[in-house]
Design a protein around this ligand. Structure first.
Ligand code: PMV
Length: 313
């Protein structure tokens, strides 16, 4: 273990994600395709006097108790690897909007595991980090799919549940955050009720969403982005049929398409939060962003990224 004073600080960062296809249906075992994006959360561990309580700057100074994901990481690491629960401070800086369906909690969790484990010189394999991250999300939220923490740890574009990394080039996305807050747990519950009440309608709808990932994977790998966009639009209509759309999301999606997006859809649980548009170029991405800004959303032009969890120097 590295002692106090030997290492002043360690910083790790991890990315957010969007779904190309398959949120909600992935809960029922259907395939989904998700991509890490270039919005990141940075977590820095600083040395502090050995007996001082851990506090978290996120970005305002607060206690560990008030930052549940960080607290849970500290607790799990201390149980499993005997690291101290005092004597260091944690800074969090994030570009990722919170509770908006693009994996802010996974990025925070994964970057925190990376920064603390590295500060104390604990060698964790990426698979162990993703799995601990998932356990942390489950402990804090009650339920969580492993998708977000996996993508945040490894970066890239993956087919879930097989965790098959797709070797494809970089994409430009425009993300529109409606700034309506949503609860993944509530929405997953509402979809389950719908499915329980109308299995012969919702079952085939889930199958169709799975098929979108199957077709989408081939199209992505072959660079057929116009077709990918069409399937994203189709996926959005199916998500709306499940009742996870909102007026704002609907508007953002149609505005993005009118401004030149190849396709656009809700990303994540829906019920508010973010939509994602696939752009054919940087210039069109600017047009889409301008159009979405006029709708009153917070807008991010991002790229897909192969960079998952990494230590910053
Ligand atoms: O909103 P997010 O980023 O938590 O994504 C939720 C995705 C769901 O498929 C709706 C739920 C899940 O656990 O996979």
């Amino acid at each position: 273990m590295i002692g106090y004073g030997e290492l002043d600080m360690v910083c790790a960062s991890a990315p957010a994600k969007v779904y190309f296809f398959g949120e909600h249906s992935v809960v029922y075992g259907k395939p989904a395709i998700a991509a890490a994006i270039s919005l990141r959360t940075n977590v820095t561990v600083h040395s502090a006097p050995p007996s001082s309580h851990i506090y978290v700057n996120a970005p305002k100074r607060t206690s560990l108790e008030r930052t549940p994901y960080v607290r849970e990481v500290v607790m799990m690491l201390s149980k499993q690897y005997d690291i101290p629960t005092s004597g260091y401070w944690i800074d969090v800086q994030s570009e990722i909007p919170k509770a908006a369906g693009i994996g802010s909690s996974a990025a925070l969790t994964v970057a925190t595991i990376g920064a603390i484990s590295s500060y104390f010189d604990i060698k964790l394999e990426p698979v162990e980090i993703a799995s601990m991250g998932h356990a942390v999300e489950r402990a804090v939220q009650g339920s969580a799919s492993p998708t977000d923490t996996w993508i945040s740890t490894f970066g890239g574009v993956y087919r879930i549940p097989e965790r098959r990394r797709l070797s494809i080039s970089e994409f430009i996305f425009v993300i529109g955050d409606t700034q309506e807050t949503s609860s993944t747990k509530k929405l997953v519950g509402a979809v389950k009720t719908l499915k329980d009440n109308y299995p012969s309608i919702i079952g085939p709808l889930m199958d169709a969403m799975g098929a979108l990932s199957d077709y989408g994977e081939t199209l992505l790998v072959n660079g057929k982005l116009e077709e990918v966009g069409k399937l994203m639009n189709l996926n959005n209509s199916l998500l709306e049929s499940l009742g996870v759309g909102t007026d704002a999301l609907h508007k953002f999606v149609s505005v993005a398409i009118s401004a030149g997006a190849l396709g656009a859809k809700i990303t994540g649980a829906g019920g508010g939060g973010c939509m994602v548009a696939l752009s054919p170029s940087k210039d069109v991405a600017k047009n889409i962003a301008n159009a979405l800004e006029k709708c009153g959303g917070e807008v991010y032009v991002v790229k897909s990224t192969d960079i998952g969890l990494r230590l910053e120097v």
